[in-house]
Design a protein around this ligand. Structure first.
Ligand code: 7TS
Length: 405
């Protein structure tokens, strides 16, 4: 498809609304992306014509809903190039997926085993591993970063040993936008026999991800950052790992047979999908993937790179503005501060101008601690943003600086 920004913007009804009397400039895509009409239509169609529980009814609605839900799983499998749809577990999102894996490893770790995370992680890729360490006596080690906000590879190599059992790193940092060299991390971790989970929440909407080429053990993402709805996400796991891990939650759907003496579990992927899932969300996740495929990940990546380059250049022309996260290898996320001004105050003024950015620690407090700041203003761009919107942001930041200095 030809990348036509005017046509793309027409797909997103929310982009034509006003905020505080000004046209909305939505630059908080790392928190959640906006939803195209195609996905909204899919949600309306589900509730208007075939809402039913899945995998259980013989009736037509149930079969239609089951077929669409399983088709969505296939779309997700193909999007991430997993070998089999059995390797795709539908969860409520990245956080749920990580907790599922962390819980599963409780019986596989022992005291003194080591887990490596990176200093760039979102809290959802720190806290579940700390909890796992508390349960098992395993020890958490942290890969440090440099001043550009990049992980230091030789420090990672030094942390690895035969004690390392698990490595967890995000593909892209939500706070800084750094794209991590995960190929290197996965390869090195495998050399000492450790399993690797990559948090792809910030990568899946922007980069082509091929879990087989990466040879990654687990990969997780959330639909709501990929033009899909909230409350649905995915866990990819190599089949051998998913067979090894015990179920996360017990209940309906995840069983093979239940008696009071013994229960046997269903095959993959259902072993990890207890209870009625977010059926509509799963189907709409499939529609969001269709939409991303229609635009094309390569088109998205190159257009967003243009936006990033334009915004970085313009922002750096503002006196006293500092960007955190200056790696050459970045997605379209810019975290910045104005000297002597609290990020929250900048965000509040930008909101008055209709510009949505996130301010604060972005659920990545260790990153803020590293730079010795309370937080940043974060502008994160999607393929439906424009250079004109970035120019509006620049004017807004200049105005905020004038008002707050
Ligand atoms: N991991 C990363 C790298 C993230 O960016 C986020 C959400 C999560 C995990 C958690 O995803 P969830 O869908 O389970 O909540 N990041 C952000 C953000 O940067 N601003 O708001 C949410």
């Amino acid at each position: 498809m030809q990348f036509n920004i005017e046509n793309i913007r027409k797909d997103f009804p929310i982009l034509s609304r006003k905020v505080n009397g000004k046209p909305l400039v939505y630059l908080d895509n790392a928190a959640t992306s906006q939803t195209p009409q195609q996905v909204i239509d899919c949600i309306v169609e589900y509730y208007s014509s075939y809402n039913a529980n899945i995998h259980r009814g013989v009736h037509t609605l149930s079969q239609e809903a089951t077929d669409k839900y399983e088709q969505a799983r296939k779309k997700i499998q193909q999007f991430f190039n997993a070998k089999s749809s059995r390797e795709i577990i539908l969860t409520s999102g990245t956080t749920h997926s990580i907790n599922l894996v962390a819980n599963g490893f409780t019986s596989l770790l022992k005291k003194g085993d080591e887990i490596i995370v990176s200093s760039l992680e979102h809290h959802s890729n720190i806290v579940p591993w700390q909890m796992l360490c508390e349960r098992t006596g395993a020890v958490l080690k942290v890969i440090p970063m440099n001043l550009e906000g990049e992980l230091i590879e030789f420090e990672f190599n030094n942390l690895l040993s035969e004690k390392t059992k698990l490595v967890f790193v995000n593909h892209v940092s939500n706070a800084l936008g750094t794209i991590n060299h995960i190929e290197h991390i996965i390869k090195k971790a495998h050399q000492v026999g450790a399993a690797v989970l990559i948090d792809g929440a910030q990568a899946a909407p922007h980069l082509t991800v091929d879990v087989q080429a990466l040879d990654v053990d687990f990969y997780v993402a959330s639909a709501h950052k990929m033009c899909g709805p909230t409350g649905i996400g995915m866990l990819y796991g190599k089949e051998a790992w998913l067979n090894l891990l015990p179920p996360y939650q017990g209940g309906g759907e995840m069983i093979s047979e239940v008696t009071f003496e013994k229960t046997t579990y269903a095959d993959l992927p259902f072993k990890f999908e207890a209870g009625t899932p977010n059926i509509c969300g799963g189907i709409a996740f499939g529609a969001a993937i269709d939409y991303l495929n229609l635009i094309g990940l390569e088109n998205i990546a190159s257009y967003e790179h243009e936006l990033l380059t334009h915004a970085t250049k313009k922002l750096l022309e503002i006196d006293g503005l500092k960007i955190y996260g200056t790696s050459k290898n970045k997605t379209s996320v810019i975290s910045f501060n104005l000297e002597g001004i609290h990020p929250y105050d900048v965000g509040t003024i930008l909101d008055k101008l209709g510009i949505a950015v996130r301010t604060g620690h972005h659920c990545a407090q260790p990153v803020m601690d590293f730079f010795q700041i309370p937080g940043t203003v974060r502008a994160s761009f999607a393929f439906y943003n424009t250079k004109e919107e970035i120019d509006t942001l620049i004017e807004g930041v200049k105005k905020a600086k004038l008002m707050l200095s």
